[in-house]
Design a protein. Structure first.
Length: 745
């Protein structure tokens, strides 16, 4: 590894959010002789705390050639270099590390204790009593400064030993400070809960390395919590039966060691988690505490909003007047939907493609504005959707600004929301599109920021897949039959001409039309055996590109499974090699992942410090010397080092779940019998309705048929039961603010 020693000349950039630094360093030593010969200074980039100007440091890392900024040094580790001469120690003690210590005070310290003063002070601060004119406060400042500086550098080096990236190491140190090593040695699994980006596997690697046994109480407790979290995230449930959780935990523990773990050890740790309130048990149903409280909050707040009186009057008259002025004629269902939305403080509008949901949203906005004589402030009407693409479509259809729900709520780089119960949103009307995608955690955050009197309209397609995250919020609210719901089920004339939309409704009705195999202008079925599906997909992409469609923006392959001959992983590799193989010379490989310049990629985890969220798609726009990637997420260019590549995946082919909220000009949908364990009605329906101009199905008609007839799995959630409980009459009918606070807040 290359190193550079030098003096910090000046800071060019420092991020308070994530400690990313760009500094100019005057080189005094390096093991790259060519570097010091031609470059007296160099720009050093990396994640480290604010360093002291005009001090000497040693940086370990690699030289990179940035397309825009030229030669740079990408630092992985750093350490302060102290010149152990008289002048060097004086400079160090009078630096910014020791506020209040000037040159004269530093001279008295060195004159009194000697050139070995730093080590002696670190070992025993009482030696500072021998220094004249040094008050108690300065003694503490000097001792703590020396200890903290040494401890920080030692801690970061220790963390690097666990293959933790500099960015993550700095995030961990920022969380725990000089107690980092002690806290992690006592319980490395706490990182799962308190440091975003650290999951069980990484925490477990650290735990086992520092000596925790496979059946230690702390590890068993972490495994229980991890498996419960994994189950919730995989299946979308908000609870798991107690016996199933115990069985899963024992299977996980006993698969990793020869000596079996006894049931009572798991039961003991399960009780420990219940006592701590990390998990909650209700009638043998085990929930993560935050999911339990989220659904409980949703039930209370939804019913409270629904019970509010609405002061909007004469809505039919306003709708009729608007139609006359603008020469518009709404259908009966659209008129009912607009009236429902404006006459209730909480309403739900649901319908499939082509049923006029967008027209209704525009109608609600326009009629509201007209009824208020156009005196509507910019914050009176707020529009939001779960994803950036869905928000963009909403903006295009309404010509009003729409944002993601996260942005609406002021989600920041630290993972905090600006708007909540104590700082509510300023809005008189809030319309949320693609509501089927909202999981219970995001819905809890959204409802928490809504103040009384706001008209809230949830718009979505209840026939689509439920959210990627836990919960089945929209469907649970509709099925509860406790809220005003308007179903749009009439397909409008323009949509009737779409064979894509007609196929989607056939799937909902569990029908397979006679013309399914006929080639239409917007829908094609290509017969192919499993072994030839991938080659057919590649040929189709080639033809579509020749017709003018773009591989990055226009064409999307949707597949329900990751593994297998026709799974997402292999399909991505084939498409990458076939259509972007010429970029091999500009690539980066880490483990089994490889990315080329101009690859289409997707973010897999939330990274608020980079302003990138799970599911965001981007393009590789730079490969720095096979060490780093630059990804452009719709104008947000983000840098990834090699250790962060596990946050990315190729996105030429994605899961159908990940495609929710997006539309593509062309959707290619492989169909194979190996998918049938996953293929269900809602999955097929969601995939089909992602296509705007062309749907190409490739594979086996029997796989399609089984998907159409497949029974969707009902998610296990608490929300309907909470709604039922909260709707029961209480002794005092007054709604209190305490009702809206989580039990753990």
């Amino acid at each position: 590894m290359t190193y550079v020693e030098g003096t910090i000349k000046r800071y060019l950039f420092y991020s308070e959010d994530n400690s990313y630094s760009v500094i100019k360093v005057e080189i005094t030593d390096t093991n790259d002789p060519e570097l010091i010969r031609y470059e007296p200074t160099i720009i050093v980039c990396g994640f480290f705390p604010k360093l002291d100007s005009h001090s000497n440091y040693k940086f370990n890392g690699e030289i990179i050639h940035h397309d825009k900024y030229g030669l740079q040094f990408n630092a992985k580790t750093f350490e302060r270099i102290i010149d152990h001469t008289y002048d060097g120690i004086i400079d160090y003690l009078s630096s910014d590390i020791f506020p209040g210590v000037g040159v004269k005070t530093a001279e008295r310290i060195v004159d009194s204790i000697g050139l070995n003063c730093l080590d002696e002070i670190a070992e025993d601060k009482k030696i500072l009593d021998t220094v004249p004119k040094l008050n108690k406060k300065l003694k503490e400042v000097i001792h703590e400064g020396i200890i903290k500086n040494r401890e920080m550098e030692n801690t970061l080096v220790w963390l690097y030993g666990f293959s933790i990236s500099p960015n993550m190491a700095m995030k961990i140190y920022s969380q725990y400070g000089i107690e980092t090593k002690q806290i992690i040695k006592e319980n490395p699994y706490i990182l799962m809960e308190e440091v975003e980006g650290i999951g069980f596997k990484r925490a477990d690697e650290i735990g086992l390395k520092i000596g925790f046994s496979h059946d230690s109480d702390i590890r068993i407790s972490a495994v229980i919590y991890y498996l419960l979290s994994e189950y919730m995230n995989k299946y979308g449930d908000t609870y798991l039966l107690k016996d199933d959780l115990i069985r899963f935990t024992l299977r996980f523990l006993n698969n990793q060691q020869s000596e079996e773990v006894e049931d009572n050890k798991v039961l003991t740790q399960l009780e420990y988690l219940l006592e701590r309130g990390k998990i909650i048990e209700e009638q043998d149903k085990i929930s993560l505490n935050y999911l339990y409280y989220a659904e409980n909050f949703i039930a209370k707040k939804m019913l409270a909003l629904n019970n509010e009186l609405n002061d909007f009057h004469d809505i039919p008259m306003h709708i009729e007047a608007f139609e006359k002025i603008n020469n518009i004629v709404y259908t009966k269902a659209q008129r009912k939907a607009i009236q429902l939305a404006l006459s209730n403080n909480m309403s739900i509008i649901t319908g499939g493609p082509g049923t006029g949901k967008t027209t209704v949203i525009k109608g609600i906005i326009d009629v509201y504005k007209m009824s208020r004589n156009q005196s509507v402030d910019e914050f009176d009407i707020r529009l939001a959707a779960p994803t950036g693409k869905a928000a963009k479509r909403l903006t295009e259809s309404t010509l009003l600004p729409a944002t993601t729900i996260h942005k609406l709520l002021g989600y920041d780089f630290d993972g905090h929301f600006k708007f909540d119960e104590h700082h509510p949103l300023e809005a008189k009307v809030l319309i949320v599109d693609e509501a089927s995608m909202i999981d219970c955690l995001l819905m809890r955050k959204l409802l928490g920021a809504i103040q009384p009197g706001t008209i809230v309209v949830l718009v979505g397609d209840a026939n689509q897949l439920p959210s990627v995250g836990p919960g089945d919020v929209l469907n649970d609210l509709i099925v509860s039959d406790m809220f005003p719901v308007q179903r749009l089920n009439i397909i409008h004339r323009q949509a009737k001409d779409s064979h894509i939309i007609s196929l989607a409704y056939d799937v909902l009705e569990k029908q397979i039309s006679e013309d399914i195999l006929e080639n239409k202008d917007d829908r094609v079925f290509v017969h192919a055996k499993d072994t030839y599906i991938s080659s057919n997909v590649l040929k189709l992409i080639e033809r579509l590109i020749l017709k003018g469609y773009g591989l990055i923006e226009d064409i999307q392959v949707l597949i329900p499974m990751y593994k297998g001959m026709n799974g997402i992983n292999r399909m991505n590799d084939l498409i990458q090699e076939t259509f972007n193989g010429e970029s091999k010379d500009q690539s980066i490989t880490f483990g089994n992942k490889k990315f080329y310049y101009q690859d289409k990629v997707m973010q897999l985890v939330n990274q608020p410090d980079k302003n990138v969220m799970n599911g965001d798609q981007g393009v590789v726009v730079g490969v720095d010397d096979e060490k780093e990637l630059l990804i452009d997420f719709s104008g947000n260019v983000v840098r990834y080092n090699r250790k962060e590549l596990d946050q990315l995946t190729l996105a030429y082919a994605t899961s159908i779940h990940k495609s929710q909220g997006s539309e593509y000009k062309v959707v290619i949908l492989p169909l194979t019998m190996s998918y049938t364990i996953m293929l269900r009605k809602k999955l097929l329906y969601t995939a089909i309705t992602r296509a705007k101009e062309m749907l190409v199905m490739v594979g086996n008609l029997e796989a399609f048929r089984r998907g159409v007839l497949g029974k969707d799995r009902k998610r296990n959630t608490h929300l309907q039961n909470f709604l039922l409980k909260e709707s029961q009459p209480k002794n005092d009918n007054q709604i209190k603010i305490e009702d809206f606070l989580d039990d753990d807040e």
